[in-house]
Design a protein around this ligand. Structure first.
Ligand code: S3P
Length: 171
């Protein structure tokens, strides 16, 4: 089994889809943001606040080397900016979870923990800037993706089924 690496914009549902896939396959899931938080014993928003975004990106880069060299048979969920690491395609099959910006924001706001979801993501603080970031990133995401799953108006379970079907064909 090759690694699967989930990319996509903040709030698109990478974590929820990853959990569903894990429940319905032999993949174990890890998450790059969780690894960074446990490595540093700090919340992402505090790393951004104390050391700055560039430090966070360095940590992502370090993790990307470890993933490439040491992780196998795993579903790797990533932070929305992780796709920039140079060795992304060497880590595994790249799957983009895709949705229009407005749908992503609608989805986050409809969540019972919406406040917390927005608060923990420094780059979602200013929605105008976040939209610009989305517009800049989306073509880059599409270029890197081996598989695209459109998550708009679909449950995590539906997305996970579609993902596993597409991975089977791809492998
Ligand atoms: C980021 C996305 C976040 C987290 C950090 C930066 C980004 O992860 O890695 O706040 O650059 O898009 P999620 O995509 O899980 O929100």
């Amino acid at each position: 089994m090759k690694n699967i690496i989930l990319i996509g914009f903040m709030g698109v549902g990478k974590g929820s889809v990853a959990r569903e896939v894990t429940n319905h396959s032999n993949y174990i899931t890890i998450d790059t943001d969780d690894i960074i938080e446990s490595m540093t014993n700090k919340k992402i928003k505090d790393i951004f606040g104390d050391e700055g975004e560039s430090h966070f990106r360095k940590l992502e880069k370090n993790i990307s080397h470890w993933l490439e060299n040491s992780v196998k048979d795993t579903l790797i969920s990533t932070g929305g900016g992780f796709y920039k690491v140079k060795n992304l395609k060497k880590i595994g099959i790249v799957i983009l979870l895709d949705s229009p910006f407005e749908e992503i924001i609608k989805r986050i706001k409809a969540h019972p923990n919406a406040e917390r979801k927005l608060r923990k993501r420094p780059l979602l603080k200013d929605l105008k800037k976040a939209k610009e970031l989305y517009n800049q990133r989306r073509p880059e995401y599409l270029k890197l993706a081996d598989i695209v799953v459109d998550v708009t108006n679909k449950s995590a379970k539906e997305c996970s089924k579609e993902l596993l079907k597409k991975v089977k064909k791809y492998a």
